[in-house]
Design a protein around this ligand. Structure first.
Ligand SMILES: [Mg+2]
Length: 415
């Protein structure tokens, strides 16, 4: 394993991105407490809160009524995924003017490579990036930067002084600089992993840091444990490559399936299939696009963003929302095909625990278990075992006409 001679990675993470994006896009909101909702409903939960709202006690993920109680002046906005994605591309361009971007990790996170000369002036470089962003966009669109030997440490460093943070971690700073971090604040330590570490007597960062490679392998159940601890020690460990960009399915509809009601049914079936593949391959998705194309036309695609999830319940709700938007904006004329894609992917193995620690009583973890159980039953009994909603017939197009949804084998899970 190689130990870099200088901090080779710079990690950028925007602060309260959806909320600060709203403040950037709507200048009247700057300096005011802002919360962003996935849908306009009284029973929903915030997916982002601005710095001002957080100061008043609002958390990034909090039920709407709780947020309004904690901060009566809070301004709520419904998320505009298209606008955030457009902003993301502009942000990336701005970042690329300063550093070599190696990978985009989410809509508001990216990792860059630093050369020796850049690393030597990492602090100044970080300040320059921040100044450029403040000038190009607005100071409300603030970002936190971490610089360290590898991506894991740089991401931790970016998290340490939020908001508007800038932290450079050098090999000599460890483990003291991170000794105070709760285990759950370290990307990759889930609730379950924390419990396993506790059971093994590891209760804090110094304990984690001191784990012998063999012990780490045993605790993680594989070589990734050893890699994780080596990364904490500043070795040049690359994150596993996120090869997948999306999971999706599409279908050309038979004429009797071209009504909005039946198209939605079809889209749900396609979605559930895509979601099963996503879970099988260990991913989370944070946005969904439903796209409907007419005969020989460009069609209309609607995207809906949400907090990263992997359960059918969340995905179906996102589809229903996106589909309602499509219906309200659908151009006249006959539609021909429908497709659903899940994107904004991240690896389950890298999920941070915070989302789940704070999630309101609408328990995402419970919905995930339901989906996992459904997958297991389907894998074991081959289908017909369990599904959400009514049993559906998928419009055919291959394998000899109509296929019962529950009996679709894995081989037919293609794009
Ligand atoms: Mg962020």
């Amino acid at each position: 394993m190689r130990r870099p001679l200088w901090p080779e990675r710079l990690y950028v993470d925007f602060d309260s991105f959806f909320a600060s994006a709203e403040q950037y896009l709507e200048p009247a909101l700057r300096g005011r407490p802002v919360g962003v909702l996935p849908v306009d409903s009284p029973n929903t939960a915030l997916i982002a809160a601005s710095v001002e709202a957080k100061r008043a006690g609002v958390r990034g993920i909090m039920r709407r009524d709780e947020a309004e109680a904690a901060c009566p002046g809070i301004v709520l906005r419904v998320a505009r995924p298209d606008a955030y994605v457009a902003l993301h591309h502009r942000i990336r361009k701005c970042l690329e003017a300063h550093v070599e971007v190696l990978a985009v990790r989410s809509i508001d996170e990216a990792v860059a490579r630093l050369m020796a000369n850049e690393a030597a002036r990492a602090r100044d470089l970080g300040e320059e990036i921040k100044r450029d962003f403040a000038a190009t966009f607005a100071p409300c669109l603030s970002l936190s930067i971490g610089v360290a030997a590898n991506e894991l440490l740089a991401k931790i460093a970016a998290e340490m002084d939020k908001p508007n943070g800038l932290r450079v971690l050098l090999p000599g700073d460890l483990p003291e600089a991170l000794a105070h971090l709760p285990l759950r604040d370290i990307p990759g330590i889930s609730k379950g992993m924390e419990q396993r570490l506790h059971d093994a007597g590891v209760r804090d960062f110094p304990g984690l840091w001191a784990l012998a490679p063999k012990h780490a392998r045993k605790l993680w159940g594989g070589v990734q444990g050893e890699r994780f601890v080596a990364a904490l020690h500043g070795y040049a460990i690359e994150q596993p490559v996120t090869q997948k960009r999306m999971f999706g399915h599409g279908r050309v509809l038979p004429p009797d399936w071209r009504t909005p009601e039946r198209m939605l049914v079809c889209a749900r079936v396609l979605l559930v299939k895509a979601a099963r593949r996503l879970r099988r391959e260990g991913y989370l998705a944070s946005s969904l696009t439903v796209s409907v194309r007419p005969h020989g036309g460009a069609g209309l695609a609607v995207t809906h963003a949400f907090a990263a999830a992997r359960d059918d319940h969340t995905f179906i709700r996102a589809l229903d929302t996106a589909f309602a938007v499509w219906r309200a904006n659908a151009p006249p004329g006959k539609t021909k095909s429908v497709s659903v894609t899940l994107h904004g992917l991240s690896l389950l193995s890298q999920r941070q625990g915070e989302l789940f620690a704070d999630l309101p009583d609408v328990s995402a973890e419970r919905w995930e278990r339901v989906s996992d159980i459904k997958d297991q039953l389907q894998a074991r009994y081959g289908g017909n075992s369990l599904h959400i909603g009514e049993a559906l017939e998928l419009p055919g197009g291959y394998a000899g006409g109509k296929i019962a949804f529950g009996r679709i084998p894995h081989e037919l899970d293609f794009l």
